[in-house]
Ligand binder design. Structure first.
Ligand SMILES: [Zn+2]
Length: 270
């Protein structure tokens, strides 16, 4: 699906970028667009702004950051003066004390120079539980369903469209990233996403292929299984090697998530 916009519902477009297999969503109505996430660098954000021309060059009336990770928000500054919506804790994560630039440079040393030029520009339309944003004549609902991939993930739904934009609460084709995650909370949050879906819903994960209700159910079950394995380790009923071996996310990608769950079980994550 890389390299073009796919209209997944009337006026709701997704474009997959090869970089991080990231999905960017645009809701377009009456010459206005709401853009979900702004990518990792100015070069990438400019590419996205250029790509909006294929949708009739709508005016960007609003931006939403699904959460506070750099790859979803480091292009923000190039979308001003549009208001940028996000969870109050996403704004903190994207501020100077949030450590996102350092994380980005660690992940992407070859882009260090580009990352240095990024002006940190966190969301300024903030909420804790939910918000409604109008774009053209369309209403987009933003909801924080609980902690999961971070403590500030939000999920988007669009009036009149059977779509759910899940950010990195769901990832397709790769294990979800748990580095800032809350593995004990995540299953309930994923279940809350599942409750938003019908058999026809198109679900947009932060990265990877689009999915449906079955994909959400599977990922919710996998994350719940991982949390249960960690509980068994915490209770002394299982050693960590056995938990890693039994994890649905494979032996490669499961140690850090289980360690993170154990930290949460020890009460270290607040
Ligand atoms: Zn993320």
């Amino acid at each position: 699906m890389t390299g073009r916009w796919t209209e997944i519902a009337d006026g709701v477009f997704v474009r997959r970028y090869r970089f991080y297999q990231q999905n960017i969503v645009a809701v377009v109505d009456r010459g206005e667009a709401l853009v979900v996430d702004t990518r990792s660098t100015y070069r990438q954000a400019r590419e996205l702004l250029d790509d909006l021309r294929a949708l009739g060059a709508p005016r960007v009336a609003a931006v939403v950051n699904t959460h506070g990770h750099y790859d979803h928000a480091f292009g923000n500054h190039l979308f001003r003066p549009a208001p940028i919506w996000g969870h109050v804790r996403a704004a903190a994560m994207l501020g100077p004390a949030g450590g996102q630039r350092e994380l980005a440079v660690r992940d992407l040393p070859r882009l260090a120079k580009e990352l240095a030029e990024v002006e940190l520009d966190p969301p300024d339309r903030l909420f804790t539980d939910g918000a409604a944003v109008e774009v053209g004549g369309r209403r987009v609902l933003l909801a924080h369903l609980g902690r999961g991939h971070t403590d500030n993930d939000i999920v988007l739904t669009v009036a009149g469209a059977d779509v759910v934009v899940a950010g990195d609460l769901l990832e397709n084709g790769a294990a979800p990233y748990f580095g800032d995650g809350y593995p004990l909370d995540w299953p309930a949050t994923a279940a809350a996403i599942l409750a938003l879906t019908t058999e026809q819903t198109v679900v947009v994960p932060g990265h990877g292929d689009l999915g449906g209700r079955g994909f959400v159910a599977q990922q919710a079950a996998d994350i719940a299984a991982l949390a249960d394995l960690a509980r068994h380790v915490h209770e002394g009923a299982l050693d960590i090697e056995a938990a890693v071996a039994a994890s649905p996310f494979g032996t490669q990608g499961s140690r850090e998530p289980i360690e993170r769950a154990l930290a949460q079980l020890r009460g270290e994550l607040g």
